[in-house]
Design a protein around this ligand. Structure first.
Ligand code: BT5
Length: 322
């Protein structure tokens, strides 16, 4: 594709007015034929571009697939997460993020329209239908000792929970340690991996999957009938760029708190947004399995559960059957 594509997309996207082919060509120092060719190509890729004779071109609608140029424009004012690697299809954004982690010392995100080998914890499959959800890995570079990582998921889950509740007005709850549920259906799961040595953490690679626009039939077809999407819940299509933009801001805010505040500062809020209290549930961690009730979260993020025989148990990251 023309080397001008990147510049033409940028120029059109940043200007919310009609721009003539002549004007674009002169500004970007290319020919009008090039401008026309790029516009045709963008339309093929799903951009809706209005053109009015004597006025010029204007982007009316961007595609629902991720466009690296546009994602990077949307992210450019962020303090930390202002660069994205975007691919149409990947095995897993986690794998791609890890492959790029040594390219830079900066923070970045990896996005893909589709994952062919999306994974949850313990290598469980994560259904990642094309352009139906946010399949993203966030790479962060904290300067912290490894022990501090035990509360990272708690801050991040709050960021995701509040975006869904505050921006999309859908009631949802955190299922400790790494899921978000709407009623008894899962709308989001995330997992946190890290690269660390004895000196501390070099990089966090947090993989987040959020169902945006699947239908119930689509979930049923892939045997995920206990999943839901934001679209199912509020009946409106979710615009992915807008969702990404508010989510990244929320993650940056909660990440800053994670670095600077003890978990105790947000513990009451976290507990009020969490769904596991006052229920007898099955907790599994490694070989250990108990039936009990969660009664508290410790300042280090561990969950305290009282089993039916009255014993207290601490979990770092259990599977909870609900
Ligand atoms: C998780 O694991 O919930 C973490 C999922 C992380 C996915 C993201 S997407 C971007 C990045 N790249 C990746 O390859 N992964 C991350 P876990 O707690 O183990 O839950 C997995 C279980 O959730 C599966 O066994 C299914 O039962 C269920 N599940 C699979 N796909 C789902 C979906 N789209 N929505 C809701 N539930 C799903």
């Amino acid at each position: 594709m023309s080397k001008y594509k990147h510049e033409i997309v940028n120029y059109l996207y940043r200007n919310d007015e009609y721009l003539s082919g002549q004007h674009i060509a002169e500004t970007l120092n290319c020919s009008r034929v090039t401008v026309k060719k790029v516009i045709d190509q963008l339309r093929k890729e799903g951009f809706e571009i209005e053109s009015i004779s004597n006025k010029g071109y204007k982007i009316a609608k961007i595609p629902t697939t991720w466009q690296e140029d546009i994602v990077n424009i949307e992210l450019k004012d962020n303090l930390l997460l202002n660069r994205a690697i975007v691919q149409t299809q990947v095995d897993s954004t986690q794998i791609l993020a890890k492959a790029h982690v040594n390219d830079t010392d900066n923070h970045f995100i990896v996005l893909s329209d589709e994952q062919t080998k999306g994974r949850g914890r313990f290598n469980r499959e994560w259904s990642s239908l094309k352009s139906k959800g946010l399949w993203m890995s966030v790479v962060l570079r904290p300067d912290i000792p490894i022990q501090k990582m035990s509360t990272f998921n708690l801050f991040i889950s709050l960021a995701i929970q509040e975006v869904i509740e505050q921006h999309y007005h859908i009631q949802c709850k955190i299922k400790w340690p790494n899921d978000i549920y709407i009623g008894n259906k899962k709308v989001c799961g995330f997992l946190t991996e890290m690269i660390a040595d004895t000196d501390g953490v070099n990089a966090i690679i947090c993989g987040i999957g959020i169902n945006l626009n699947q239908t119930q039939e689509e979930f049923d077809k892939v045997n995920q009938s206990r999943a839901t999407s934001l679209n199912i819940e509020n009946g409106k299509p979710i615009e992915p760029y807008q969702f990404l933009s508010v989510l990244i801001k929320a993650i940056e805010q909660r990440y800053d708190q994670f670095l600077n505040l003890p978990f105790s500062e947000i513990k009451e809020l976290y507990k009020s947004k969490s769904m596991i209290w006052n229920k007898t549930l099955t907790y599994t961690e490694g070989n250990k399995q108990i039936v009990g009730r969660a009664i508290d979260i410790q300042d280090n993020g561990f969950l305290t559960v009282i089993s039916e025989d009255g014993d207290l148990h601490q979990f770092m990251s259990a599977d909870i059957e609900i």
